[in-house]
Design a protein around this ligand. Structure first.
Ligand SMILES: NC(=O)C1=CN([C@@H]2O[C@H](COP(=O)(O)OP(=O)(O)OC[C@H]3O[C@@H](n4cnc5c(N)ncnc54)[C@H](OP(=O)(O)O)[C@@H]3O)[C@@H](O)[C@H]2O)C=CC1
Ligand SMILES: CCCCCCCCCCCCCCCC(=O)[C@@H](N)CO
Length: 273
């Protein structure tokens, strides 16, 4: 059943710029309440003003919270608590905070591998970990992960970036198997190059090979990418290649469901005993 965005609480990490900001606008246009999470407070306020221009009723709210999603789990958990106190339980979380650095393997600092893994991977784990329990209890929720085309294909110059985006896929697929019986749905977006401040920054240091590979496809508009991501999150459909694994996944899902029912039964038995 599609998630209704009117009145829903949508948290967007990386919501102050680029694709994340456009996702926030898209959800706001459909009547959602928004929490924007990013580090820089000026950019957050700027984005809030821009989003508020698209309101469709006078009850809608855009809340801004400044935090680094990649550093400390307890901080991130507190931010989610604050957001829930103001705007109610999170119906949809969009993990869009992320960054990219390109360069040949031997030219990239070792610290860059650590940083990209922290921001792109752990920065998606922490907010998701902070919302999942409530989503399972309410039997309502959507979590969106933003990977990349470079998260499906390892590409020249992206040894650090691609790995951090592949990691997201592993997390998302495993998590989906856990939460499906609770009516919580996970989607992963794999966007191509998109015209954002982050993309402009990335282009300043791109190796020639990476640039030429990138130029074989055209650059998308962030509004267009955001629209697709929101649509996929609301109406969850299955990609074609997923059907191949369908048989296996179906039988794994039934194991998970059976265990859930067994566990609930024995909990009831324990209570009445
Ligand atoms: N643009 C592209 O070509 C593509 C982008 N993507 C992915 O989409 C996502 C968004 O990209 P794009 O819109 O280009 O990025 P931008 O650089 O334009 O925006 C990034 C956003 O994330 C926030 N952010 C970055 N680091 C952190 C952090 N540690 N903690 C909290 N917030 C953070 C930024 O705010 P602040 O700096 O203030 O914290 C900003 O709001 C990224 O995950 C990117 O990898 C995927 C495919 C293609
Ligand atoms: C199986 C289907 C995949 C088909 C793809 C062919 C792709 C070749 C070109 C890829 C360009 C690189 C994209 C990286 C975008 C990105 O994440 C950065 N721009 C972030 O800033």
């Amino acid at each position: 059943k599609p998630l209704g965005l009117p009145g829903a609480h949508v948290v967007v990490t990386g919501g102050s710029s680029g694709i994340g900001k456009c996702i926030a606008i898209e959800c706001y246009k459909q009547g959602a309440f928004i929490t924007l999470v990013a580090r820089n407070e000026d950019k957050l306020l700027q984005a809030k003003k821009e989003i508020e221009k698209h309101s469709i009723n006078d009850k809608q709210v855009v809340l801004c919270i400044s935090v680094d999603v990649s550093q400390d789990y307890n901080q991130v958990e507190n931010v989610i608590k604050q957001a829930q106190e103001k705007l109610g339980p999170v119906d949809m979380l969009v993990n869009c905070a992320g960054t990219s650095v390109s360069g040949k393997f031997e030219d990239l600092e070792v610290s860059t591998f650590e940083r990209l893994m922290s921001i792109n991977y752990l920065g998606s784990v922490y907010p998701s970990r902070a919302v999942i329990t409530t989503m399972k209890e309410r039997r309502v929720g959507r979590i969106v992960f933003v990977s990349s085309q470079a998260g499906q294909l390892g590409l020249f110059g992206f040894t650090a970036y691609s790995a951090s985006k592949f990691a997201i896929r592993g997390l998302a697929e495993a998590l989906q198997m856990e939460v499906k019986p609770y009516n919580v749905y996970i989607t992963v977006a794999y966007p191509p190059d998109t015209d954002t401040p982050g993309f402009a920054e990335e282009n300043r240091t791109k190796p020639l090979e990476t640039r030429l590979i990138s130029e074989t496809t055209s650059v998308c508009k962030p509004e267009q990418v955001a629209k697709q991501i929101v649509k996929d999150a609301i109406v969850v459909t299955m990609g074609l290649f997923r059907t191949i694994a369908l048989f296996y996944l179906g039988s794994f899902d039934s194991i998970v469901r059976r265990c859930m029912m067994q566990r609930e039964k024995s909990e009831i038995a324990n209570k009445t005993a």
